[in-house]
Ligand binder design. Structure first.
Ligand code: F6P
Length: 364
């Protein structure tokens, strides 16, 4: 294969802190180490579809390391294989994407994305466009890597929020229910709960009963703790109705938007405990702000590794963290199923060991 000379980069899916750090690393490594030209496509795959792009050089990425969001824009609804058409229905416009890549003379593409975007990347790679993925999402639910870019930053936001809610809950002898993001994975709730000493943690991977969660709150009250913090993942399965869906977005690779479980859990618990119960939804605050040092490091390491992979002729793979090593895994493997919390795994055992209540039979 001829040596690549020109690569593209795009950031797709929900934004998160660390995306800019990844773009910066891609541009600097491409130019500095491999003498590659870089074009950035705007708003995820929408930019590839409509050919909205800008050249990226050293000067363009100066100062973005510390910035949240993404200088390229992102979208979690533009799937070129499933584009809505006027009058109803959808069509496959992947030919247009490949035409854009050809027009620019792209020899490869770096896709910074979560599992929805990496699934699109896999399909485009199968059609002949060399692609290397960088896993990012606050949800931490991409298989094949120990952690995704953005998770640590979101976790820090959640931990700080829980710390703040702790003091007001204690002062008013209340139960505070805190709804966090994560889609069908409970990583943010679980690790936020461990880091901030959440008393009850409700996650999709561990079915819960309100009575068992309330029993934990009452047991605390018997020990003189007249307040509790309940961390609930947005994807937690309510005993009486499953996940709480806020809306459906038809043209999104992941059409279901969760939200509202905090209010449902709050109402249910208020009927079972002798405390006032209030709820807070952290929402998109979890995706904002500057990336942590960990995410800057990870995104930079991933960015360098992704460009190196393309320069070496790799395609259809994702860079991943395994222990302390950055390795390549086939995108196929990483998008087959989400990476969920293991209910019998070490993190859950740690949480149970320090008294976290999951509202299941084990901790009831
Ligand atoms: O995947 C990241 C994420 O923030 C999820 O945790 C959340 O369910 C979803 O995106 C929210 O999507 P939107 O930004 O479209 O509301």
């Amino acid at each position: 294969m001829a040596r690549p000379r020109h690569i593209g980069v795009l950031t797709a899916g929900g934004d998160c802190p660390g995306m800019n750090a990844a773009v910066r690393a891609v541009v600097k490594t491409a130019e500095h180490r491999h003498e590659l030209r870089v074009t950035g496509f705007l708003d995820g795959f929408a930019g590839l579809l409509a050919d909205r792009a800008r050249p990226l050089g050293f000067d363009d990425v100066a100062g973005i390391l510390v910035q949240g969001g993404t200088m390229l824009g992102a979208s979690n609804r533009d799937d070129p294989f499933h584009v809505p058409i006027t009058g109803g229905g959808y069509e496959d416009r992947s030919d247009a994407v490949l035409a854009t890549a050809a027009r620019h003379g792209l020899d490869g593409l770096v896709v910074v994305g979560g599992d929805g975007s990496l699934t699109i990347a896999r399909r485009l790679a199968a059609r002949g466009l060399p692609i290397v993925g960088i896993p990012k999402t606050i949800d931490n639910d991409v298989s094949g890597t120990d952690i995704t870019v953005g998770f640590d930053s979101a976790l820090c936001v959640v931990t700080e929020a829980l710390d703040r809610l702790h003091t007001t809950a204690a002062a008013h002898h209340r139960v505070m229910v805190v709804e966090v993001m994560g889609r069908q994975a409970g990583w943010i709730a679980l690790e936020g709960g461990i880091a901030a000493g959440g008393d009850v943690v409700l996650i999709p991977e561990i079915p819960f009963r309100y009575e068992a969660a309330a029993a934990g709150i009452l047991a605390r009250a018997h020990r003189g703790r007249r307040f509790s913090i309940v961390v609930v993942a947005e994807g937690a399965l309510c005993p009486d109705g499953g996940p709480v869906v806020r809306r459906r977005i038809a043209d999104s690779p992941e059409p279901i938007r969760l939200g509202g479980v905090g209010a449902v859990v709050s109402d249910a618990l208020e009927a079972l405990v002798p405390f006032e119960v209030r709820y807070v939804v952290l929402g998109h605050l979890q995706r904002g702000g500057v990336p942590t040092a960990f995410d800057r490091m990870l995104a930079t390491r991933f960015g360098v590794a992704a460009v190196t992979a393309l320069a070496e002729g790799a395609s259809g793979c994702m860079v991943a963290l395994h222990g302390d090593r950055i390795e390549r895994v086939p995108i196929d493997e990483s998008v087959t199923r989400p990476r969920l919390v293991d209910p019998l795994g070490e993190r859950v055992t740690v949480a149970r060991s320090v008294g976290t209540i999951f509202g299941d039979e084990v901790s009831a």
